[in-house]
Design a protein around this ligand. Structure first.
Ligand code: TYD
Ligand code: MG
Length: 459
């Protein structure tokens, strides 16, 4: 029998009967890879019973008759990790953790695994990346104590599933999903067909047997998970390690969570004995700030449900060659262009002949519009070479007409600034509620960008 071959795009999962240089669906170049499904019969096709099923009941159930289960969450033993998960691990949930190599995925999961083995019972840690000995030597550093923690160095999906049915673990870790391959497909491990099959089968195992499962996912060089769309739909929660591995601290962000708030942050520090939660991240992010330097503004932002103070830095210098350069790290490049245009047009700040660099210190990414005022303030401060008034924090969104717009969670932001010892807060007039001011901080409500700059700098 002739085998059918399809070409699948490794970016979006689209299939084509023949090879194309460019995916017709998502437009990615050179992303199609040949994938050969196993011969008929070996695959559970339409009509055939799947190996596992998501539902526990045989057929449809009446809504009113389904019991409400208040899922009891399991703690991972690392407070900050519980926080990003929305308060711990939900039984039967499938969590994907992505991040650059060397950022600490395996370390964090081994710590969690050791904790679960002690508190919940059998844990299966299946690794396709490292041998048992390598994992053991890492465990020694982390101080893993004897507990029912099983390490399986295996890449074959069918073998892993077999071990799951045999051990019936209370908790499962697969490190990484890209190394797992199914015998049903002849394509290479890491290709989209394999990754999707692995994730789907592990999903059935997680849901069907109520095993909370963590999958480690690798990111490609542009920062996406390999086969991102295919995976993100399948799992319940997607967590990403953010920032750089050159810093001692690590930030994990929830980008999707069926059981908690998205964009919730966990902040960790990499120590000689594994990852430790950082209880006061604002202090960490401001620790290296040089107070009294021009081009620096302190932003009070909210990530998930947590207020956080970060330093926004700007450097404005005259352009030496041709076009002025605009570079942003930690904020959106397009947002920066927009803010610079507003500064020029509405506040009369001329930047046409200047290079502008903006950076959020500490490798954090801030994507809320409340960062606008801090960015404009830092840029203006660097341009005029005047420092932002001491003890001042700022937040607020900037509109195209140069107006300052109110943002959410204003009270939370002001309180965090006051707690960190700031004595002034420049904020949107609309967010200025005089009866709810914590002691020791003065609120400066502003309506326009010009007013904000006056509030921030000796203009
Ligand atoms: P690792 O968890 O192997 O990263 P990933 O699985 O994401 O690729 O992280 C390894 C890095 O962490 C490595 O650079 C060494 C460092 N590390 C520590 O600093 N302290 C420790 O206790 C451990 C186990 C690792
Ligand atoms: Mg690893």
């Amino acid at each position: 029998m002739k085998q059918k071959t399809v070409f699948a795009c490794q970016e979006c999962g689209a299939q084509s009967p023949k090879w194309l240089g460019r995916c017709a669906e998502c437009g990615a170049w050179n992303s199609l890879v040949e994938e050969r499904p196993a011969p008929e019969g070996a695959v559970a096709g339409a009509g055939a019973a799947p190996r596992y099923s998501l539902a526990r009941a045989a057929g449809p159930q009446l809504y009113a008759e389904i019991d409400t289960v208040v899922a009891e969450r399991l703690s991972t033993g690392v407070g900050e990790f519980d926080r990003v998960l929305g308060g711990g691990v939900v039984p039967g949930s499938l969590v994907l953790i992505g991040g650059e190599p060397g950022i600490g995925k395996s370390t964090l999961l081994l710590q969690a695994a050791a904790h679960f083995a002690k508190s919940a019972g059998t844990v299966l840690y299946s690794s396709g990346e490292e041998s048992e000995h390598q994992i053991k030597s890492r465990g020694e550093r982390l101080g893993v104590t004897p507990a029912p923690l099983y390490i399986l160095a295996e890449t074959c999906l069918e073998r892993i599933l077999e071990e799951i049915s045999r051990l019936r673990p209370a908790f499962l870790i697969v490190d990484s999903v890209q190394t797992v391959f199914s015998l049903k497909f002849q394509s290479a491990p890491g290709s989209i067909g394999q990754v999707r099959e692995a994730a789907t089968q592990l999903l059935f195992a997680a849901k069907g047997q109520n095993i909370p499962t963590f999958l480690v996912g690798h990111v490609t060089k542009d920062g996406n998970l390999a086969g991102p769309k295919a995976l993100e739909h399948i799992v319940d929660t997607v967590l990403y390690f953010e920032g750089e591995k050159h810093h001692a601290h690590r930030v994990i962000r929830a980008v999707k969570n069926r059981f908690g708030a998205v964009s919730e942050l966990g902040v960790f520090e990499m120590t000689g004995t594994g990852l430790r939660g950082v209880s006061n991240p604002s202090e960490l992010f401001l620790s290296e700030r040089r107070a009294g330097a021009p081009g620096s503004a302190v932003l009070s932002c909210v990530e998930g449900s947590r207020p956080l103070l970060v330093e926004v830095q700007a450097l404005v210098s005259s352009t030496s060659y041709g076009n002025a350069r605009r570079m942003a790290s930690g904020i959106d490049q397009n947002r920066l262009s927009l803010l610079l245009a507003v500064l020029e047009k509405r506040a009369g700040v001329n930047l046409a002949a200047d290079d502008v660099f903006v950076n959020v210190a500490g490798g954090l990414t801030v994507d809320e519009p409340a960062a606008d005022l801090a960015v404009t303030g830092a840029v203006a401060s660097s341009l005029r070479n005047r420092t932002v008034r001491s003890g001042t924090a700022v937040f607020g969104e900037v509109g195209l007409a140069g107006e300052v717009r109110g943002v959410s969670h204003a009270a939370l932001r002001v309180r965090e600034a006051a707690q960190m010892g700031f004595t002034r807060c420049v904020l949107p007039e609309g967010n200025c509620s005089p009866d709810d001011v914590p002691p020791g901080i003065e609120l400066v409500g502003v309506r326009t960008v010009t007013e904000a700059l006056e509030g921030l700098i000796d203009w």
